[in-house]
Design a protein around this ligand. Sequence first.
Ligand SMILES: [Zn+2]
Length: 438
Amino acid sequence: MKPVTKHVCDQIFRGTLWNCNNSSFIAPDFEEITDGALAIDSQGKILGVGTYTSLKKLFKAKKETHFKDSVLLPGFVDTHIHFPQMNQIGCHGESLLGWLEKYIYPEELRMSHPKQAERFSSLFFRELFQNGTTTSLVLSSSDAGSTDILFKSAKASGARAIIGKVSMDRLAPKELTRSVSQDKDHSEELISKWHGKEGRLFYALTPRFSPACSASMLKMLGELAQKHKGVRIQTHFSENTDEIQLVRKLFPKSKDYLHTYEDFGLLNERTVLAHCIHATSSEISRMAKLNVKVSHCPTSNLFLGSGLFPMDLFSKKEINMSVGTDIGAGTSFSLWTTLGAAYTIQRLRHQDVSTAQLFYLATLGGAKALGLENDIGNFEVGKKADVQVINWKKKAILKARMENSQTALDRFFSCLFHFEKDLIEAVFVNGKKVFAQL
Ligand SMILES: [Zn+2]
């Protein structure tokens, strides 16, 4: 028998694998491979996925890392998080509009200062890594300079990130608003400097929400979306009932809230709308037609009392869903914890969301929301090795719970409610270590 010629690869990661095969939210295909392995090339591309024994027959690795007692799973994808709000988690006693005015706008002004942006931007990505998140869709402040600093930190940290400078020209403190022409210039500068850089940094046009944007601002952003085809679009939609009333008052000619974005060409397959809690059936149908993506932000919705996201209505229309921490209304940087809250919200609605669906939301669902499903979201040959390694044996009570678990899905589910960031042993983006516990 002819011996099999082995391919040379840069490195092999060995450990138990949790993965979601290419699938949809409706039929997620979760898989565990005990004593599994990933073969990775020098560019961070996955060359092989399978059992350690099968991969060893095919690949000769320059380096092998064995994560004993640990699970390797795809790095999580956070599809809605505000950088300048990272120090405002847990501000008491307001619903959305009051909370923005009382706590958030003053903080966003402070974080627009280059010194503050520099001080906190590297901490921001480190905090994401420590929680197993490798990719994020980030709203920066309205300041172009501090957004540029945030991009620099993303570049230096090794994170995969899509970042946008918030656009607003009304109903906010004057220092945070920009004129339409200033905003256009700043957005174009950031696009030309950062969009597509390193193959892992991209730009997102970011109207804060329609109450904070005049029709001219929305029109200009819609034109930029048309001009720069790969650029993403992110904003808030239908989070709070007072917000919806305000939109009605400010846009009397628009049929509903969704129209305030639709009318200006801001809704397409590159758009991620955060929250969508109170969307009407007409709005949900149009979102499906336009292939708009949803970021569900459960800890934020519970914290501000915004409402309970009707996941089933979006699932029925096959709208792609993902999850966002929505820091600082969200209460945790961890998508593990966020998924636990997503489950709780559906229980409060007497609806079910399966464990495999929860896994999908933070991995492949997130990748699809950002148009990155050909690169990340699961372990598949040809995709990038964005990996988080979790060692649940570090926490005695979780270890005991895991030892009683019959299935991998049960073990994953229990982690959502036991998660602490010191369980994350290491994190890799493009096969490169970006974080490790000391
Ligand atoms: Zn938000």
